[in-house]
Design a protein around this ligand. Structure first.
Ligand SMILES: Cc1cc2nc3c(=O)[nH]c(=O)nc-3n(C[C@H](O)[C@H](O)[C@H](O)COP(=O)(O)OP(=O)(O)OC[C@H]3O[C@@H](n4cnc5c(N)ncnc54)[C@H](O)[C@@H]3O)c2cc1C
Length: 335
């Protein structure tokens, strides 16, 4: 059995972890946030939950299609038509799949939440140890380390592997400013979702979160919306104050829908510094068998099935995490 550290409990890290555990390896997952999910995120608030990261998922590959069907049968995701076209969403929130994945492996999983890794250091006489953000060295000794975080953040961690670091620095993620707003008074919106086709606009898309399948009703709240800025606007306004972002996106939203909503009773903004990857790498993941170090996630696995459409972020994360487990299996000591 190998002792493996997985850094990041998003879809990629959790998929990788599940496969490694199935193969009998001892896995410790380090996650800097309070819980699993990463960008499949749900923000809790007094006005109810908001899916402020990924808003839906879909499968273009046969492998992920089969997985999605299983998740649907298990009730982790459901088809939803609130936004017009049929799409698949996590229930009761987009974070559900990650919560269930973590739950499935939890009986034997060492999931370390609020554990921010800042460096991977050589162990003695071999293997790896992890330096935490507070400067302490984690007590664990690992035979292998897999980094399942956005490419730019992985590059900063994978200094011991110069070649992999260079590859990761070439991957660029686009940012996304997101606004979550809730209203106590009902007001009529002409649509439950809106998408822009103009990459130079302020607003990229907006969806009415409370109208989606399985979302809880919250007393005193009539509706909840999530607004996403375009990558261009987000990149141009990375340092903007949250209150100004809320004003700018709210104005663009009112203008796009042709409505004048009353002032919201709740409004918050979140900046995803590394939201989506427009040009993922062709390789399924990066694994250095001699160093026993690697990286996976949505910055990898550009291709879908032969002749098929390219996979979106969640699907790439899943495919990449699974591919990583298979590459690692070739060189790890058997479980
Ligand atoms: C606003 C937005 C909208 C999106 N819409 C869609 C969509 O509709 N459909 C779709 O398919 N995809 C969408 N995506 C992209 C999708 O969410 C991601 O591609 C996917 O979730 C990536 O999963 P991952 O496991 O690779 O990375 P992540 O989900 O980012 O997981 C990485 C994890 O690592 C943790 N971490 C990072 N650094 C460290 C560290 N140093 N130490 C410990 N832990 C660390 C993070 O906290 C995080 O939990 C969207 C993303 C955003 C932000």
């Amino acid at each position: 059995m190998s002792r493996i550290a997985v850094i990041g409990a998003g879809i990629a890290g959790l998929t990788l972890t599940a496969e490694l555990q199935l193969a009998g390896h001892g896995v410790t997952v380090f996650e800097k946030s309070r819980g699993p999910g990463g960008r499949c995120a749900t923000r809790r608030s007094e006005a109810g939950p908001f899916d402020h990261g990924a808003s839906s998922l879909h499968a273009v590959t046969a492998a992920f299609g089969a997985q999605v069907l299983e998740w649907q049968r298990a009730g982790w995701i459901a088809a939803d038509t609130a936004e017009g076209a049929r799409q698949l969403i996590g229930v009761p929130s987009m974070n559900a799949v990650a919560q269930h994945l973590a739950g499935e492996v939890r009986p034997t999983l060492n999931l370390r939440a609020e554990a921010h890794v800042c460096a991977i250091e050589p162990g003695a006489p071999a293997g790896w140890r992890l330096r935490m953000l507070d400067g302490t060295l984690d007590a664990g000794h690992f035979d292998a380390v897999a980094v399942a975080v956005p490419a730019e953040q992985a590059a900063a961690l994978l200094a011991p592997d110069v070649a992999l670091t260079e590859v990761l620095w070439l991957t660029r993620s686009e940012p996304c400013w997101t606004v979550m707003a809730a209203w106590a008074e009902p007001w009529a919106a002409p649509v439950a979702a809106w998408v822009s086709t103009d990459p130079t606009a302020v607003l990229a898309r907006a969806h009415r979160d409370d109208a989606r399948a399985g979302r809880p009703a919250v007393q005193g709240i009539a509706n909840r919306w999530v607004l996403h800025a375009t990558p261009q606007w987000s990149a141009d306004h990375l340092a903007m104050a949250q209150a100004d972002v809320i004003s700018a996106l709210s104005a663009a939203f009112a203008n796009a829908l042709g409505v004048s909503p009353p002032p919201p009773v709740h409004a918050a903004a979140h900046c995803w510094r590394y939201a989506q990857v427009p040009g993922p790498r062709a390789e399924p993941c990066g694994w250095n068998a001699s160093l026993q170090l690697g990286a996976c996630g949505d910055g990898w696995h550009r291709a879908g099935d032969i002749g098929g459409a390219p996979p979106d972020g969640i699907e790439r994360a899943w495919l990449s995490g699974r591919a990583m487990a298979r590459q690692m299996a070739l060189t790890l000591s058997p479980g």
